[in-house]
Design a protein around this ligand. Sequence first.
Ligand code: OGA
Ligand code: MN
Length: 283
Amino acid sequence: MTSLSIQPTDGPVGAFVSGIDLADAPDPATAAALRTALGKHGVLFFRDQTLTPEAHIAFAQTLAPIVINRFFTPVDGYPNIAEVRKEADQKTNIGGAWHADHSYDQIPAMGSILVAKELPPEGGDTLFAGMYAAHDSLPADIRDRIAGLRALHSSRHVFGADADHRKDPDVDTGDRYHNARAATQDVWHPMVIRHPLSGRKSLYVNPDFTVQIDGLPQAESDALLALLFEHAKRPEHIYRFEWEPGSIALWDNRATWHMALNDYHGHRRLMHRITLAGVGLEG
Ligand code: OGA
Ligand code: MN
């Protein structure tokens, strides 16, 4: 057993984990403690780690089975690691809008483990927004209104053959995405879920993938989603994580949103991501 230390950030979401070397896969008791901490804090940050792709995979497998993202180009030789890359001559980054990974899946991914491989000299931080706080701080009438409602999540407009970015000549996604034909599934999820690890209520809609509220005319649905998105991304719900060489972020997609800042044009940024399998979501 390692001497794990978990220190909440000074923000509304996230904690720093120390006293652990992830080059060796955590033992079951440590993995259980990390899962519990993840459900509580929404995102865990690790510093000064050296993680080979093999160790990244081994770490992931102690937490949950790996799910392969069907749209991201994988790291060469590692089909279960997605490459999150922006080249010096590219303008568009991956994950540059607020989202929760895989919410468009029937059984959305529990979380993701992102490992810094090459960082720009400055910038390239990631923002995290806490969806427990976003839910709990909603005005009571809105909270009551969305309790029991479902919303539709889709990947079509992001990864599909007619995705928005394919129509914009200024968007240079290069060879990052593939398999557009897989972007045909849509799914209804409760707008407020009971978090599978913590039991807390969490707001489960996100700007990138949530497109419609069940039973409302489109205009009303759009207005209510816009209100929820504006509320959830208020500064008091956000923590800004600054990457350093050796940093790792492990986030829970059911308790947080994230967004990659795109403020380092002219420099390369390369990350490796493994996605962790989740469970069906209930309100
Ligand atoms: C992701 C993602 C954010 C970042 O890998 O899912 O959104 O900061 N990345 O690279
Ligand atoms: Mn993401």
